[in-house]
Design a protein around this ligand. Structure first.
Ligand SMILES: Nc1ncnc2c1ncn2[C@@H]1O[C@H](COP(=O)(O)OP(=O)(O)OP(=O)(O)O)[C@@H](O)[C@H]1O
Ligand SMILES: [Mg+2]
Length: 488
């Protein structure tokens, strides 16, 4: 029987352990999956990072995971598996430890306690630890982006919900002037590679695009093409779902970097003529200014003002809130973001939205031009006009008619899809359609077409108009005002 009391035993153990760790050439870091009650981002970053090297390593035991809706499989370290890594010439060893969790810790946690242990040579530790962990986080972000299919987020009740984004539109399939296309692509590339530039110039790393033009000219397709080109996620912001400026701000804060934030049909999503809620507007008129408001410029200000007043108590996003959304000091709490607004009626937008520096690039998506038509013919019919796939007379006919016909790429696509089994018929029908359009360009017909287009816009506005509350539509008066202005 041993005569040493248990207290002394444990003290001796501790001492030995201390001495051992003091003289040990290594330093150990433990990264647990759950830190207190929160999940530890670093654990997941390490897991992803190691999974990218683990797949190539000669480990004989790996764990495999596949995310929901994801097409990729991730390799991970199994229990007690070890992996060595080299960073800046320093070797380190990772170990994955899975231990059963004591039952007392509650049901909120996983059954197992998982952690990574990083072993670094004592003398190397201070040279690398921060850089190494930074590197791992960045690498993990990169892997996440490559692994997952990109996402399309939609806001609903103050949250973003995501679905995999699979829109096939690319700059190759987009029918538009090639020079303009190149310009936009260069602009986007410069933006994505521009970290140093934005830092040097003290600008927030974001860019605004305003796409405008008639319906069916490819504005939405362009957004998808941008997302596919830069491999960014898309946040499609439905303004009528947002109840207040503060909610808008929260939504923005929850967006990730490398993303495109889209507001479609900005002219009808919201009553943008009153820039502040009435209470604040009053303050403004009594002398307070915040620099960027040109309240007077708003053409329907008095009515909008009165309207908002009648709806006091109900909240909705104001133009000022929206401008802060894109420009505010917190709009850069995440970087590398592109804001895209679309509209069919640029002339209806408030000057404040258009002033330089706000939307960096205004892109006019117009009726189909001849160069754009050639792209459509190639995509839909497989005919390369420049390689002589099309009879010269037909091609010349198309060239002569296209500008006068004022057809949108969507109009043309429709004719081509309908006849896609028979190229020559498609071309003849297209030519006929163009001629028909040109001939019907008498003033009466033009008026009819304009009215039809306005009807579409009207429908959009109706769809987008703020929700009914207690039987009265928020901003209903403003809508009336809008209609009046529209008819003028
Ligand atoms: N420039 C284009 N290049 C290729 N396809 C186009 C183009 N414009 C329109 N289309 C086709 O027409 C359809 C409608 O286009 P899209 O939704 O992009 O138009 P839009 O400009 O966003 O219209 P709206 O103003 O009504 O939102 C798409 O399915 C697309 O395939
Ligand atoms: Mg659209």
């Amino acid at each position: 029987k041993t005569l040493i009391p248990p207290e002394l035993q444990s003290a001796v153990h501790k001492l030995i352990h201390l001495l051992f760790s003091y003289f040990s050439p290594y330093r150990y870091y433990e990264i647990t999956e759950i830190d207190g009650v929160n999940t530890n981002e670093l654990y997941h970053a390490v897991q992803l990072y190691l999974s990218s090297s683990a797949s190539s390593a000669t480990l004989n035991r790996l764990s495999l995971t596949r995310g929901l809706n994801s097409s990729t499989i991730t390799f991970g370290l199994a229990n007690n598996a070890r992996l060595s890594d080299v960073f800046n010439g320093v070797s380190v060893v990772w170990e994955h430890i899975v231990a059963p969790r004591q039952s007392s810790s509650g049901r909120r946690f996983p059954e197992e306690k998982r952690s990574f242990t990083l072993r670094i040579n004592r003398r190397d530790k201070r040279f690398i630890i921060n850089d190494y962990l930074d590197f791992i986080s960045r690498k993990a972000d990169e892997i996440k982006r490559n692994n997952k299919d990109r996402l399309l987020y939609i806001n609903s009740r103050g949250w973003w919900e995501s679905v995999p984004f699979k829109h096939p539109s690319t700059f190759e399939t987009l029918a538009m002037d090639p020079a303009m296309k190149t310009e936009i692509k260069t602009d986007l590339r410069d933006f994505a590679d521009g970290q140093a530039f934005y830092k040097r110039t003290g600008r927030a790393w974001k860019r605004g695009y305003l796409l405008y033009g008639p319906p069916g000219t490819g504005k939405s397709s362009m957004i998808a093409a941008i997302a596919n080109f830069l491999e960014y996620d898309i946040y499609d912001l439905e303004l009528s779902e947002v109840k207040a400026n503060s909610e808008l701000r929260k939504l923005l804060m929850k967006t990730t970097t490398k993303s495109i934030i889209v507001i479609e049909d900005i002219d009808c999503s919201i009553n943008l003529t009153n820039r502040k809620k009435p209470t604040v507007s009053k303050q403004r008129t009594s002398g307070s200014t915040d620099g960027d408001l040109d309240f007077k410029s708003s053409p329907v200000e008095p009515a909008a003002f009165a309207d908002s007043e009648s709806n006091e108590g109900s909240t909705s996003v104001t133009l000022s809130g929206l401008l802060n959304f894109t420009d505010g000091i917190w709009s850069c709490c995440g970087s590398e973001r592109i804001f895209v607004f679309t509209t069919n009626h640029i002339e209806k937008l408030d000057q404040a939205l258009l002033r330089s520096g706000r939307m960096d690039k205004h892109i006019f998506m117009s009726y189909c031009s001849f160069p754009a038509l050639k792209i459509l013919l190639k995509n839909y019919l497989g005919c390369d006009a420049d390689a002589g796939d099309i009879v010269p007379e037909v091609l010349e006919g198309l060239e002569a008619e296209i500008d006068g016909a004022e057809m949108t790429p969507a109009d043309i696509a429709e004719v081509l899809i309908k006849n896609r089994r028979d190229n020559s018929r498609a071309l003849t029908e297209l030519l006929a359609a163009m001629k028909g359009r040109s001939e019907t360009k008498s003033p009466v017909n033009l008026l009819c077409r304009r009215l039809a287009a306005e009807e579409v816009a009207e429908e959009k506005r109706a769809l987008n108009s703020p929700k009914e509350v207690d039987g009265a539509a928020i901003g209903g008066g403003a809508d009336l005002e809008y209609t009046k202005e529209w008819k003028d």
